[in-house]
Each structure stands twice: as structure tokens, then as C-alpha cells.
Write a protein that binds this ligand. Sequence first.
Ligand code: AMP
Length: 213
Amino acid sequence: MQRKINLILLGAPGAGKGTQAEIISEKFSIPAISTGAIIRDAIASGSEMGNRVKSYTEKGELVPDSVVIDIIKERLAKPDCENGFILDGFPRTVPQAEALADLGVEITDVISIEVADEDIMARMAGRRVCKKCGATFHTMFKPSPNGETCVCGEPLTIRKDDDPEVVKSRLAIYHEQTEPLKDFYESRGLLKIVHGQEKLEDTTALTAAALEA
Ligand code: AMP
């Protein structure tokens, strides 16, 4: 029987956390939970929470800890998390990591996917998303078979927060507020580093090896 995996993926925006989360999710049949995706859905649906956080997300700023902690608390209580889960984009601050521990959530693995800032800047320029079905693509690394159109037929779009100026400020926020989590989890003996590779499948192999180590 496979061991239980309650995994946190750390890494700068654009490091490839979301893609690896999807691959691990399929391999182990556990949900990949992206607070960013939950927030984008809430904004698109015009919910009260969505309206409250819209301006932060569009500027590339972090939404308040209390909001994301509530989101994660609600999501982790769902039955599909019982056999494990992957957190992509949470925690992003030390208070969020402390709140997760206070909720009594056991974390088995933390993997930080590391990519140099200049490579992130180049990668983000190619990201595309489908507003209708939520699929994600990359013009170079994971192109849609239909070019600038999604597999579902909807034209692909560029996220507002993938604008280069916004990406720069998101990277600064990452270094300032999220990177300290590496020490947080290193001191708990949980941190593993994966160096993001140019080829997606090479990063996947390194991530799989980190989970098996
Ligand atoms: P992501 O898709 O993970 O890059 O998240 C997109 C945006 O959602 C971020 O730029 C933040 O505005 C917001 N967000 C997602 N997760 C968090 C989090 N854990 N803490 C604060 N803000 C978050």
C-alpha cells in the first residue's frame, strides 16, 4: 500500500507548482488544492469573498491570511482529502503555515521547486489560461493543440497577474514572505529541494524521486 502523502509544494509563481501538482494528483489519486484557483473561481462567480479579494489578486498582492486560511480549512474538511492532498500555493506566509499546524493538519512532505527569477520572467510571458474550463497551457512548454484557442473551443487568455510588471512584484513578495517557509519546514525535517528543469518531464522525474526519497 502506498504511504499517505500530505504534500506542500513551495516555489515562486511560475515555477511549475501547478503542473507538478496535477501530475502528482493523477498518479496518487489525491486532490491538488490551489488557493489561487479557488480565489479565481470566487472572483469569476462574483461571490462576496471573490469581490473582497479581487483587487489584491489583480495587483499580484497576497490576499489577507485570514481569507486563505478559511478557504483551506473548508477545503481540507472535504472527504476527498482523507487519503492525502497536495497544496499548491498555500501556505505563502509564516502565519499561514502556523495556522495550518494549529488546525492539526499533518504535513508529510514539503517540496520547493526552485527556478531563477529571470527564467520565471521568460516563462510567465507564455502562460495562457482558459476562462471557461480552467485549463492551463504554455505557448512553448505545453501548447494547446489549437494554438491560442483552448481544447474546449474558448479563446485562451493571459492572466492579469502574469503581466511582466506584476510578475516582478509577485517575485519580490515571494522572496520576502514565502521563502522564509523553507526554513520553517527545514527545521521540521520536511523540506526537499527540486531544481526546476527546462523540460517538464525532467522536473516531474526529480519531484517523483523527492517523494520516494
Ligand atoms: P496563484 O495562482 O497561486 O499564483 O495565486 C494567484 C493569486 O491568488 C496570488 O497572487 C494571490 O493574490 C492569491 N493567493 C493565492 N494563494 C494565496 C495565499 N496562500 N495567500 C495569499 N494570497 C494567495
